[in-house]
Ligand binder design. Sequence first.
Ligand SMILES: [Zn+2]
Ligand SMILES: [Zn+2]
Length: 418
Amino acid sequence: MSISELVQVSPELDAWMRETRRHLHMNPELSLQENNTSRLVSGHLKELGIKHRTGVGGDGRSLFMDADELKAAGITPGPTTGGTGILGIIEGRKPGKVLLIRADMDALPIDEQNDVPYKSTKPGVMHACGHDLHTTILMGVAEVLNGLRDQFDGTVKLMFQPAEEGPGGAVAMINDKILEDPNVDAALALHVGVGIRAGQIALRAGPVNAAADTLKIVVRGVGGHAARPQAAVDTMVVAAHILIALQTIVSREVDPFQPAVVTIGALHGGVAGNVIPASAEMNGTVRTHSPEVRDLIERRIREMVPTLAKAMRAEADVIYLRGYPTMRNDEAMVDVVRAAATEVIGADNVFTREPGMAGEDLAFVAERVPTCMFGLGVADPERDIIYPPHHPRFDADEDALACGVKVMVASALKYLNS
Ligand SMILES: [Zn+2]
Ligand SMILES: [Zn+2]
């Protein structure tokens, strides 16, 4: 039988997925709090008779960031996860390659602005990144692949992870040995996007997401009366100069053909117009694709900021926290997914995507095994479903659920049987 004949999403499964996605959408859970979502996933796997381990990564092990650096940044590291990670295992007809398929389960601290029957019931919490769809699709993939156990060699590991939006639930699960016993050979994942419609996917080899680092700068001067600047060291002026100078790193020091972003998103200092504040604080993010550019920008920020402050009689501390690394798609895995998708949804529905500068913690998996994360179209402009992930009006055309399952299952079969 051909892959497109084998890989079917029944009307019953499609209806179940739509209902399940809406249930998750109405009941979103923040990072490290995915308890009910995790219970629902475990219940579904149990019903299907799929072996799985719950509480994966939930032992409070420290995350990828250095504890001292976090402390300096004023961040109190909590336990790695609330123990909501799940690892399921489906074994094929005989031992062979091991493929990991991943879905993230957490929602965002966003107040949903959609007026839909399945709107979030939790004020200030929303599945605005589509992880409700990701989780639902992987449950669907589990069901279909479990029914096709006699059609593939090897093993599929199902990774339902917490805390993709931070602080990196994938790391907690890797630390809990999900890539071992048996060793994972390759990984697959998808992420929803509104650049294309439901029924379509987009992918590319190479970098698809950026390394996402966090920057904090504290400027210390001498406070005083606003009318006597000569007796003070004005941290507001120093901070303003630092902010502008930081913009010259990307524009003057980084190769124009290398993607890089330095954004200061918060600048705080002072409380009154007639007082010079003794300190000011800036928070920002640095996004890069190449490790060399990442090193360059970190080094230049660390050199530039204290020197500039000193030139203006102030002092400044730099706290630079390295976040998720660059997410890189493996060329051979991209070819597998492209070929599989062409068979089940048609070549007209398979597009090449552009690289982006958002962060993605699947990068920690992609650093260890060849990985492909493809973009799953969810847009439906006629119904105003056009807003990007992390937008309070983000929504998805649920036709994408069946498409996601088909492409994922077909890719798994193609990889495992090749
Ligand atoms: Zn997100
Ligand atoms: Zn996401």
